[in-house]
Design a protein around this ligand. Sequence first.
Ligand SMILES: [Mn+2]
Length: 430
Amino acid sequence: MTDLKIADDVIAAENEKRAEALTSDYQALGETLSRRGVDIEAITSQVAEFFVAVPSWGVGSGGTRFARFPGGGEPRGIFDKLDDCAVIHQLTQATPTVSLHIPWDKTDPKELRARGDALGLGFDAMNSNTFSDALGQAHSYKFGSLSHTDAATRAQAIEHNLECIEIGKAIGSKALTVWIGDGSNFPGQSHFTRAFERYLGSMAEIYEALPDDWRLFSEHKMYEPAFYSTVVQDWGTNYLIADTLGPKAFCLVDLGHHAPNTNIEMIVARLIQFGKLGGFHFNDSKYGDDDLDAGAIDPYRLFLVFNELVDAEHRGVEGFHPAHMIDQSHNVTDPIESLISSANEIRRAYAQALLVDRAALDGYQDENDALMASETLKRAYRTDVEPILSEARRRSGGAIDPVATYRASGYRQKVMMERPASVSGGGGII
Ligand SMILES: [Mn+2]
């Protein structure tokens, strides 16, 4: 029996208000798509089976280097975070798993698993943290972790990653994501080649400890916290890592970790072509790594990324099963609302990409008909797929309008009473 955080009758009452309009909109869209030779039911089924993991650190308010403005009812620890994640999944039916961050979420794995089971949640990739110092640790990561010049510091960072694997094994996770803040702030501060050699040596030890059915994701990031150079700075370096380590190693693409205007969808295509696309951290950005909500700034780019993913599915690329995770920071919104909205935006991009007429696109590409190729993508992108998203949620027991239903439920007000305000919620941006 799942421990539901939002009463079923609240969802039912909210859905009732919108049911008739949805039925009508869904039918109209079905007719439109049918004229294009698309079966709306097939799209709705695929959308209902598309899931994205919620980051445990996302349900707390984020912040910047300057300040953090926590909202009311901030989660006090991992069990509160799991409750909030369960709300997101209950309403969206799109986020059945949570990605944990160690040591922020460190606790008895048996209790974690039991609470996850009770809430109907599973666990996605584990995330290690060697970009900040945990209380009482012997060696500081101020000057790096897996690539540190000091062997004892590297050993400590490796050991931490092995511990993450152990916790993950106990809770049913199948992947480890490694992101390091290692880099330099001054030209000359770090020897690029030696630092990367040390990193590869450390990662090889972590890779050795990885169970056979696990995947190791390395995540690149252009800058921050180091502002001159970063050891794993771009997809090229990331590819070299995955290729050097072996078949269980893959690249993780965080959309926000690229320079403005970078053609991320093309990076995705390259990684798919060479079998090294591990998965995503979805978010959006305007200038740099500001981790805005997925689809908030450039929904067309999100669609173009999904266009590559659906194309790979369509072509039946062997072993293609990228992990989908959200990684964003909520500075001014209720994090639960932002994550609900982002899960919907990600599904929207997927649904739109499913509508691309691939045979027509192939033809226009072969004929070098640039305008019609672009129009083929735009036609899918311009389709308002909201009725499909809503119907997929309704059929799975979720909310037709999840944000409105969340507000009507009074969940935030309830947890504001139960969870006294704390000065720091531990969260962050990676
Ligand atoms: Mn990330």
